[in-house]
Design a protein around this ligand. Structure first.
Ligand SMILES: Cc1cc2nc3c(=O)[nH]c(=O)nc-3n(C[C@H](O)[C@H](O)[C@H](O)COP(=O)(O)O)c2cc1C
Length: 175
């Protein structure tokens, strides 16, 4: 008989706090699109890979990104007040890995993977991305470990509508 997986059958009731590992295990079953969030701060370009991206409204176009405050470039995002959300295609997994911290690259070094150009708002935009949203920060809400960045979308670039990069079960897949 198969051994039950670590968290299988685990549940929560109002009297008990949900353990972080259980929460992460459940969230690993969420199919998420993969993005690289970039900015141009006082010390140059910076960026990180993010699945925690959501649309807030289309009137006016507004989205949010959740940024772990421990990320080294977190202050660059606060200081610049602008960011770009680059939605990755399936063949851009190496970009997601670079900006996810794999290989120990930081800051400007991460832009050595993929082809980058400066967008109309002066933000780093990934050439060949599925879509790029350039945003002006309208609110930063600190929640638990993260900064929720709320961005007003000031420019959208539509790239090729090809296979998308997704993240599920702690691995990448093509959708
Ligand atoms: C697929 C994937 C999704 C990620 N999603 C997020 C996210 O939504 N928010 C976040 O703060 N970090 C996320 N990360 C982690 C950051 O990309 C990572 O911590 C960051 O690049 C580290 O930067 P630093 O080495 O400069 O501190 C994700 C990483 C990967 C590989």
């Amino acid at each position: 008989m198969d051994q039950p997986k670590a968290h299988e059958g685990a549940h929560h009731d109002a009297a008990h706090a949900v353990e972080a590992g259980l929460y992460r295990e459940a969230m690993s079953r969420l199919v998420a699109a993969v993005h690289v969030i970039t900015t141009h701060g006082p010390d140059g370009r910076a960026g990180f890979t993010a699945t925690a991206v959501a649309s807030v409204s289309d009137s006016p176009p507004t989205l949010l990104v959740c940024l772990n405050r421990r990320i080294r470039s977190a202050s660059a995002f606060r200081q610049s007040g602008r960011f770009a959300v680059n939605m990755l295609g399936a063949e851009q997994q190496s970009v997601a890995e670079s900006f996810g911290g794999r290989g120990g690259l930081e800051g400007e070094q991460r832009f050595g993977v993929g082809h980058w150009h400066e967008g109309a708002l002066g933000l780093p935009c990934l050439t060949g991305a599925i879509a790029v949203f350039q945003c002006r920060m309208v609110e930063i809400r600190t929640v638990a470990t993260h900064d929720v960045l709320v961005g007003r979308v000031e420019a959208v670039t539509l790239g090729p509508d090809k296979a998308k990069l997704a993240y599920l079960g702690r691995g990448f897949l093509s959708v």
